[in-house]
Design a protein around this ligand. Sequence first.
Ligand SMILES: Cc1cc2nc3c(=O)[nH]c(=O)nc-3n(C[C@H](O)[C@H](O)[C@H](O)COP(=O)(O)OP(=O)(O)OC[C@H]3O[C@@H](n4cnc5c(N)ncnc54)[C@H](O)[C@@H]3O)c2cc1C
Length: 477
Amino acid sequence: MKTIDEVRLRNIVGKNNLKTDPSDLYIYGSDSSVHHAMPWAVVKPENTSQIQELMKYANENKIPVIPRGGGSGMCGQTVPVNGGIILDMKGMNRILEINLEDVYCRVEPGVVDDDLNLALKQYGVFYPPTPASSRIATIGGEIANNASGVRSVKYGATRDAVLGMKVVLPSGELVSLGAHTRVEASGYQLHKLIVGSEGTLGIVVEATLSFVPIPEFRCMGIANFDSLKDAGEAIGSIMASGSNPSMLELVDDVAIKAVNKTMDLGLKEVAAALIFEADGMVKEAVDYEINKMRKICENHRGADIYASYDPKERAKIFMGRKKLFPALSKYDNNLASTALADDMAVPYSKMAEMAGKIHEIAEKNGLIMTAYGHCGSGCMHTKILMDTKRKDQWSSAKKAITEVYEYVRSVNGTTSAEHGIGLSKAESFKIEKSDSLNLLNTIKQALDPNNILNPGKLMQAPENWVTATNLRYCVNS
Ligand SMILES: Cc1cc2nc3c(=O)[nH]c(=O)nc-3n(C[C@H](O)[C@H](O)[C@H](O)COP(=O)(O)OP(=O)(O)OC[C@H]3O[C@@H](n4cnc5c(N)ncnc54)[C@H](O)[C@@H]3O)c2cc1C
């Protein structure tokens, strides 16, 4: 561990914005992943010049710096595996401008997604990439992870909504990237490179984001299926039909059981359910979309099909999906819900096969795994419910994850659809991107020659990660 110059840090951010107490450091050592490692210090800057000063100090002394937003990342992106300084960005949380005429807003990176949407709502517009973690996720964290959510099937992911940004480079230099316009063809689109870079290339200190009008009409439906294959095929047919759902979500039987176990929703315990939604400014157009999706579900043996415009009914339909994550955590007191291979994307034609594969792999390895997700975007989530104290469960989980990722790569899918890579998924990421790893490393080297920004992540993550490195659980030998 390198010695941190506490006096210099205190001079940069002020004494109230520096933490070095071990109990504080411990808390900042993990996020929503399975990993943990201790940082050397935590600083909470209040403005861009403080970040520039801090980066200069860290670069001169080759000290790792790990930017952190809400800490809701599920793959260990903010876990300081090489030690260093955690840069808590939540202190920079001002909405700087809402420009209705030019249809953009400018925000600091620590703005929480829900807070931005609350501010936009009064003008009848919304910022659509919103992940399910929108109560805690910050715009900076969403940019760095290229987050997306239930409505990304229609409105796109974070990368589609980011027009430009200001970034502090490891040298301390401040650069403006992108533009304030909807289109730009002026050379390399470097702001798009920062999206999804997981804090490894620069610190986002301001973002210019587009928004869209809140639709006047929203209709949500649900269809039950006796077979996962039928539900998966319905997803493919909906997307291939030219439908434009504003939401298309799948939940499997494990997910439905978990919700029923923890909430009084009385969901029918079928093999799978699809939740679909259409929205727009013209009711007839929404009716058309909903009826089309309804018909496709019927053609794939969907049953109990029901759709409603009523906000209360819609909330009821969506409640099971919305509360799924906490429900899985409470499924069994001895089992934790772990995000190990939790958000792959596969082509639509492979959705049904993928969901079946997850169940097959779970059974083979003696684990409980779910299949659910934003399937309209091709995104399939799983969670592994396991006893994290048992070493043999980690071995089984490792086998299961390896098989899941092997399958995903074999059908031209991708390791992460929205949660990012961090540590948890680095092994599969490196295999998937094997022919561009040199290029990725060259970009990293060019922007961060001293390798101080979030080192040890993405291409740099250690081998044999899952059972051996940086777990936040005590595992019995
Ligand atoms: C219950 C739950 C549900 C979730 N649902 C979704 C979902 O539907 N969709 C989805 O995409 N994700 C989801 N996630 C994952 C996660 O919430 C998102 O990826 C979110 O964008 C992370 O935001 P954060 O502010 O918490 O970032 P953090 O976890 O703090 O950081 C994430 C990454 O961003 C980097 N970073 C943070 N701020 C900056 C900055 N200013 N400059 C540069 N880099 C920065 C960090 O270094 C790290 O690499 C979920 C997580 C949970 C716990």
